[in-house]
Design a protein around this ligand. Sequence first.
Ligand code: ADP
Ligand code: MG
Length: 591
Amino acid sequence: MKALWTLNPYFWRYKWLLLSGILFVLLSAAFSVFPAVYIREAFDEVAVAISGRANADAQRSLALRDALILYSALILGLSVLKGIFTFLMRQTLIVMSRHIEYDLKNAIYSHYQKLDMGFYRRNSTGDLMNRISEDVSRTRMYIGPALMYTINTAFATGLTLTFMFSVDVKLSLMTLAPMPILVWCIYRVSTLINQRSHAVQSQQSAISTLAQETFSGVRVLKAFGLEAEQTERYAESANKSFHQNEKLFRVNALFMPLMLLLVGASTLIAVWVGGQGVIEGRLSPGVTAEFIYYVNLLTWPIASIGWVMSMVQRAEASMQRINDFLHVKPMVESPAKAYTPKTILGEIVFEGVSYTYPDSGIVALKEFSATLSPGETVVIVGKTGSGKSTIGLLLNRVMDPTEGRITVDGVDIRDWDVTTLRRAIGTVPQDAFLFSDSIAENIAFGTLDATRDTVEAYAEFAHVAEDVRGFPKGFDTVVGERGVTLSGGQKQRVSIARALIKEPPMLILDDALSAVDTDTEVSILSGLKSKLQGMTALLITQRLSCVHLADRIYVLDEGALVQEGKHTDLLRQQGIYAELYLLQNPDTQIA
Ligand code: ADP
Ligand code: MG
């Protein structure tokens, strides 16, 4: 039960809804029990009238009619009150549970946003989605219905039993005898129902995953001509789901008859034993009717015990899973007194920075040192896996160096406010990702107030405007799942416009033009240099077409800095750089 204690602060937040909800539960339970007494009295009145029919006079039957009208009115009135309070009970407790569900979802979502990339690598998207949807719904079942039924059961049962025992102890004990069996059976059946619906659900998500992969991988699927096989797999999966559903419905079908059987047994006992009491003259005839009413009154609360127990167990497991995520501490956080400067110059210094990936133990960067003065353009080259992207990630504080430090404007980036730092760096990652939105929205993503003119100007600048204007809806063309598919190079250029539009003091381009032809790459980068003066740029690349734009070039090999300097100097040295350059430009004559 420990995990569910996490919810107490939420209950506290909605204490007024909770308290008034509890009050309404009590009132609605009470008003459902009270009519019993009037049912007995009405029956007794009739019985007396029948037995005295021999010497009945007009006055007596008139009194009977008045009495019956009175009791009917009372019973009706109490039922109406019960109805009103049941309505109010749902309006408070279920509304409270919806509020808490909403808060919980927001809490989980905003916690997700704080977590580092490592967390996202360790957990699948499906898991993340499940926590925030399914697990929260199950937890809500505890907050709302389970709580409501528990209070209702406890109070209604207590009150009914008090009423029953005050009328007749023997009759009460006899009538209640089948109830424990009812509770036990329902608990067993609802546990079975839960287990089987769990199986149904996981099969359901297996089917969804299969379908989703089919749709997103449809090109590969068709290219390999595997449609028939995939259909076969789907049918198999669906068949399994069908059988599991069948099993679930079998137990479900058992539930109602079982309950009715036991209610029937209790009613039978009430009539039998009650009837004997009447014959013996111990009980009045109305008591039998009263007890039949009690039996019916007890059925639902007692049936709900088993149901509530399994609901609470499920909520507990879900809350535990939610807590496991909520308790993950983000690896990268702003310090308490974070550095949030008004103006940022963009001086970047790497001081003996090393980084080892914790999951794989790969040493991606070894004691890397470099100084970038404000406004400088620096190129980092190296083969695949030499640690180039790692440098960009470290500067963005996606993770922190294992050793050494990085400063921006003389302040260790771990002392910076993370958001301020990241907003000051325009980043174009290796794999450009665009949101399923219009191209204009995608470009304006990092800014709040970009006009259409600005958007177009930056698109122009990234040499993508012409392509975009060729689309049916121009800048309003929606990209992604339900829109047009951009080519790799177009995506990269949109992504560059998106990074530049916020005019950041620092820029990281990580292989950001790998899918763009060399001429366009060079003209984009030369434009960049002239237009955005004062911006410190870190260009990560495998292709050496832009190296003459660089103030300095750093050459990495297996995480280590092996060469640094200007293009012409590096070319003269016998090293990796000259090797790479000659490989890409075989006609070069080295002076
Ligand atoms: P580059 O950008 O030069 O191709 P990276 O910086 O991406 O190189 O990678 C450097 C090394 O770190 C490679 O050996 C790569 O396999 C490893 N690496 C990169 N990302 C991760 C990661 N998330 N987990 C574990 N190892 C990684
Ligand atoms: Mg890379």
